[in-house]
Ligand binder design. Sequence first.
Ligand code: QZP
Length: 390
Amino acid sequence: MPECSVDPFDPAFLESPDAGHAALRNAGPVVWLPAYGICAVARYAEVREVFTRWEDFSSARGVGMEDFDLHGRFRLPSLILETDPPEHNRARRVLTRVLSPAVVDTLRPHFVAVAEQLVDELLQRRTIDAVPDLAEAYPLRVFPDAIGMRPEGREMLLPHADALFNSFGPRNQLFAASQANARFDWVQEQGRRHNLSDDGLGARVHEEAAAAGYSGEDAGKLVRSLLQAGLDTTINGLSAAIYCLERFPDQWQKLRAEPKQARRAFEEAVRLESPVQTFFRTAAHDTEIGSLPVRAGDKVLMFLGAANRDPRAWSDPERYDLVRDNSAQLGFGSGIHSCVGRILSKLEADAILQTLAKRVKSIRSTAEPRRRLNNTIRGFASLPMELIPG
Ligand code: QZP
C-alpha cells in the first residue's frame, strides 16, 4: 500500500488542509499513514465505498482512532453512532420516526420567528462576529428548546461537543487541552425523561423508544446522541455558509434574488467546507480497497472534506456554486449511518439564511476569519462582518 507522510491532525494541516488532502488523494485509492499505523481514504469513490460497505468496515469498534476492542470504550457508548446492524437499525428507526418531516414541520413557524428576531437584532448592531452572534446564537436559541432541555447548564454543550469531537482523533494537544470540558455524565443526565419537557423532541424519543422496547435508560442515551451530534455540527455548517456567501458575492446575489435557495446555499457550504472532516471505521476482517489489501482490525480514516473536493468527482471543486448538483456529497456521511438529523439542521439553515437573504443587502468581512481547530470539526472561532440592511 502506498504510504503518505502527512499528519492530518497536526495544527498546520488542520488550519489549511487542501495541499495535504491533494497529497492523500494522489498517493493512491487507499494509503498507509505510518505516523499512526492506520489506513486512509481521501478520494470520493473510496470514501463513499467505505461508508457503503458497512459489513466490511465496522462502526462498533469506535468511529475514532482508538479501537474499542483494544483500548476500551473511551466515550459512553452511543446506541446509534458506534454500533452495527441490527442494533444500529433499531436505534436509527426510533430517531427517524422522531425527526420525521411532519414533526419537523411543526417546528418551522417558531424557528422562523426566532430567526427574524435575531436578524433584526444583528441589523441594529451592523458590526457583528458571525460565529458567536449568528452561527452559534441561532441554534442555541432554537435547538435546546426544541429538544425540551432544562435551561441550566446549556453553556456546557459547546465545550463538551468540542471535547467529544477532539476525542475521535489521536491523543494530541488539542485532545488534552479540551478534555477538562467533557461532560459525558451531565449530557447523559439531560437525556433522562424527567429532565425533558413534555412537548419537545426528547420526550418524543422516549415515547418512540419505549414503543420499540428500549428501557428508559437507553431512551435517554438516544436523546444524548441528539444533544451531542446536533449543535456543533449545525453551528459549523452555518459558519461555513456565511463564510462562503461572503467570499462569493455572485452567489450571495443569487440567494438574495431567490431566498428559497437557502437550503442549497447550506448544503453547498457543507460540501465545500465539510464541517465534519473525518471519521474512522475498523476493518471487520481481511478485505480490500481498490484491490489493495486491508487487514482485519485496521483502522480506516475517511476524509470527507477531501472527497467533497476531489477533482475526480467534482468539476471546479473549489467553487461555491448554488446551482451545482451536490446531492451526492459526503458532508452528511452516506449509507446506513448518514446524518439522521440533517432534516433539523436544514430547517435551521433554511430559516436563518432565508431571513438573512430577505433583510440583509450585503455582508462584508471586516477582519480576517479565525479558524477554531479540532481533530474532527472544521470551523471558525471568529468571522467579523458588517451587515447592511436592505
Ligand atoms: C456525534 C452520538 C458527525 C457525527 C458523527 C456526530 C455525532 C453523531 C452521533 C453521536 C455523536 O450518537 O452520540
